[in-house]
Structure formats: C-alpha cells, structure tokens
Design a protein. Structure first.
Length: 108
C-alpha cells in the first residue's frame, strides 16, 4: 500500500487505532485474497482524497489472529471503521469506491 496507509499488527493495533485523532478504517486482508487485492487501489485513492480526515490501515489476518478473533472477522476483505477506538461500521466483501464512500461518510 501507499505511504498514506499503515500496516497494523496485534502488537500495534490498540495503540494506533485507539490513539488516532481521526477515524481509522482497518482493512482486514490476506496476501492470497483476490478481492482484497481488487480493493487495495480503491482504498489508496480514498486515503489520498481524505488525508487528515480519515486514516486507512490494514491488518494481515494470517499474521495477527488476536485482533481477528477479537473483532470476529470471519471472511475477507472486511473493513471496520473505528472512531475513538470503537468500531462504528463493518463492511464485508469487495465494494466499489462510491459505495464505500457512501457508507464511510456517514461516520466522518
């Protein structure tokens, strides 16, 4: 991903998501996931267009099982929008940019 997105791990998740001043959209993904790769450029565009207003991070589900279990992520891609460290929105499956923005903007 681009310099505007951040990779999270089990060790960094709580601190980075909880301490973020703006909402954080976390992309739960895996290297082998085709739909995850399809939405990656869309998320990069959204990160660029919303810099300073929304932070986009991603968490590899294969390497970070603690956070995956905590938020009951059963299929990927799953996107969870956190505000003040609390989940506000969950989107499952690859969606287009317009649909993602429509859902996300309600919480910004």
């Amino acid at each position: 991903m681009s310099k505007l997105t951040h990779d999270l791990t089990d060790a960094t998740f709580d601190e980075e998501v909880g301490a973020a001043e703006q909402p954080v959209l976390v992309d739960f993904w895996a290297e082998w996931c085709g739909p995850c790769k399809l939405i990656e450029p869309v998320l990069e565009e959204i990160a660029e267009e919303n810099e300073g207003r929304l932070r986009i991070s991603r968490l590899n589900v294969d390497d970070n099982l603690e956070v995956v279990r905590r938020y009951d992520v059963m299929s990927i891609p799953t996107l969870i929008l956190f505000k003040d460290g609390e989940p506000q929105l969950r989107l499952v499956g690859a969606k287009g940019k317009a649909q993602l923005l429509q859902e996300i903007n309600r919480h910004l």
